[in-house]
Design a protein around this ligand. Structure first.
Ligand SMILES: [Zn+2]
Length: 332
């Protein structure tokens, strides 16, 4: 058993309370590789932002759970080395689907876990979340639970259709589970293809797809029922058109990839939404930079040569999100 406190990590409790009060959101960036971790830490330090580094089940399978935990510990030390004496870094399990997985992460030094029972019947979702909360709170680890179902595909998590969170259930759910934050479904979606062209309209000027707007009415109703309670949005990448264009220009094939417009995320950040999950945008930034570099330098084969611009491009994207979308800069 390792406590996250020994690793210099923090849980989300104080961070979320400040974010809800201050009208901004904490970035939750997924990571699987050293370059992503470095880019996240550099961006957070340079902007003086708290940050959540999150690990999905797919990331654990790809990179090895032990390595990721030590990378998060390394992230804390790296932030200090970069000149941030008291970094606010959370190591979070994204989409934990069993009690055992959540317990395993808590025991190895995670400071926050998500238990995603959103695909289960309501009462089973409550029972599972409560079991995780009871264990996690013994070690002062915070727990995110989910109510409502997001559409889209992300690692092992997928659903063809979305079911918006029912505002009439949130008080009962949060009280009976004791969860610290609640992921809700108001129209965000996992992956780089958040909406089919049929769900979108087309901008007559540019011909680009315009996705359906988020259900702010549901968000505001939930805020009224649970004043000040931390709300989480998953599937909130914007799928920047310039990255998609770069990928397609240099041999990729991502037709009609579409994300959540940043203006809507900016608006959500000002509400009780205090954690916004971004994964696909990092994947796109990395892939765009690598495709461009290799197309322009066909004789190069040293991974450091193409991973360096990939890391730079991800860092630029993280800084943009922190400063221009979430507003979590200058909060340390
Ligand atoms: Zn998610």
């Amino acid at each position: 058993m390792v406590s996250y406190k020994e690793l210099g990590l923090v849980n989300t409790r104080e961070m979320f309370a400040k974010a809800v009060k201050g009208g901004y959101a904490i970035p939750a960036f997924n990571f699987n590789t050293m370059e992503q971790m470095q880019a996240i830490v550099q961006a957070a330090v340079e902007t003086k932002s708290p940050v959540i580094m999150q690990v999905s089940k797919g990331a654990r399978n790809y990179a090895n759970a032990t390595i990721l935990r030590y990378m998060a510990q390394g992230a804390v030390e790296y932030a200090k080395e970069l000149g941030c004496p008291n970094p606010q870094i959370v190591l979070h399990l994204d989409h934990g689907d069993t009690f055992e997985l959540c317990k395993d992460c808590i025991d190895m030094g995670f400071s926050s876990v998500m238990i995603d029972g959103s695909s289960l019947p309501y009462e089973e979702n409550i029972a599972l979340a409560k079991k995780v909360v009871d264990y996690a709170h013994k070690y002062d680890v915070t727990v995110e639970a989910e109510l409502g179902v997001l559409a889209g595909v992300e690692d092992e998590v997928s659903s063809a259709v979305s079911h918006y969170t029912k505002p009439e259930e949130v008080i009962d759910f949060s009280q009976r589970t004791g969860c610290d934050s609640l992921a809700i479904s108001i129209g965000t979606s996992h992956g780089a293809y958040k909406f089919t062209p049929a769900q979108c309209t087309r901008d007559p000027k540019t011909g680009k797809l315009v996705p359906p707007p988020l259900a702010f009415d549901i968000l505001h109703e939930i805020e009224k029922k649970l004043p000040g309670f931390p709300i989480v949005l998953h599937g909130s990448s914007s799928v920047p058109q310039e990255e998609v264009d770069t990928i397609n220009k240099y041999g990729g094939k991502l037709p009609d990839a579409v994300g959540i417009p940043e203006e809507q995320l900016r608006e959500a950040s000002k509400s009780a939404v205090c954690k916004i999950n971004i994964d696909s945008d990092s994947r796109l930034a990395m892939t765009a930079a690598i495709r461009k570099y290799l197309a322009e330098n066909p004789s190069h084969f040293d991974p450091r040569q193409y991973l360096k611009p990939a890391r730079e491009n991800m860092k630029k994207m993280y800084i943009h999100k922190i400063v221009n979308v979430l507003g979590s800069n200058d909060k340390l």
